[in-house]
Design a protein around this ligand. Structure first.
Ligand code: 5GP
Length: 247
């Protein structure tokens, strides 16, 4: 596919205009990996392909269950066509097990089950370090309306139900994850960005070993091996995508 103009370059993905359709974009998953506000930066060859194929599969699972996403189609193993969205400057985090920043901020026990799950909103800003915000901050900053926040929360909890069940069948615990939302050209709030080991904590159901970016954050071993293991399990039954995995 001919690529249009580069629209946006993030830490691990690039967005291009679609060659034919104004309402579509092409999202490319690169092999760059960063953590702790760019304190840690590296390249893991093959990571972009894992994230692209995992995201594509999880977006398909969500769409099948009636959760709207920006995903349209795969172009190849590291590029997908997505709807052009007007993004909310918010990150919506959902937690089923206490770990990560939660146990640093509040008196939860590491590994404690959170039932019902905890949903948090962060202001997406490198300058301010993605601080957690409440509805008053969101309103005062003009980031979203009350109805929009309620809809994002409802969709996030639905994503949690659908993906927790899908992953459990594949021996993966969905510990927590981060979603980003936007408004599509039809005016509908949909899940954007990616759903991958970069944005979720995936634990092996038996060993509780990380199959996600914590391997990189905490120097816990071979990052690509963990991402590939997550990918093989998530893509099980989807021979076309499995065949596109590296190695
Ligand atoms: P925590 O707040 O514990 O660091 O992260 C909670 C969950 O949200 C983890 O799955 C983590 O990967 C994801 N998450 C939170 N903030 C970000 C972010 O700025 N970027 C990415 N890629 N993931 C995030």
């Amino acid at each position: 596919m001919e690529m249009g103009r580069l629209v946006y370059e993030g830490k691990a993905k690039s967005l291009y205009e679609h060659p034919e359709e104004d309402d579509l974009l092409v999202m490319e998953f690169r092999d760059d990996i960063t953590a702790f506000d760019m304190e840690k930066v590296d390249r893991v060859e093959g990571k972009g392909v894992c994230n692209c194929l995992i995201s594509a599969r999880l977006f398909e699972v969500l769409e099948d269950e009636g959760v709207p996403t920006h995903y349209v189609d795969l172009v190849d193993e590291r590029r997908m066509v997505v709807e052009r969205l007007d993004m909310f400057k918010l990150e919506v985090i959902c937690r089923n097990i206490a770990t990560g920043s939660l146990v640093k901020r509040l008196p939860f026990e590491e590994g404690e089950e959170l039932d019902p799950p905890i949903v948090e909103f962060d202001y997406k800003s490198d300058e301010y370090g993605d601080p957690m915000v409440n509805m008053d901050h969101i309103r005062a900053l003009g980031l979203a309306s009350e109805d929009e926040v309620e809809r994002m929360r409802e969709l996030t909890l639905r994503v949690n139900e659908v993906l927790s069940e899908f992953l459990e069948e594949r021996g993966i615990i969905l510990v927590d994850f981060k979603l980003e939302f936007g408004v599509n050209p039809d005016g509908e709030i949909v899940v954007g960005d990616e759903i991958s080991p970069d944005t979720c904590r995936f634990w092996d159901a038996e060993t509780r070993e990380s199959l996600d970016k914590d391997i990189f954050r905490e120097d816990k071993g071979d990052v690509l091996a963990g991402y590939l293991e997550a990918a093989r399990r998530i893509l099980e039954g989807d021979e076309e995508k499995l065949a596109m995995l590296p190695g």
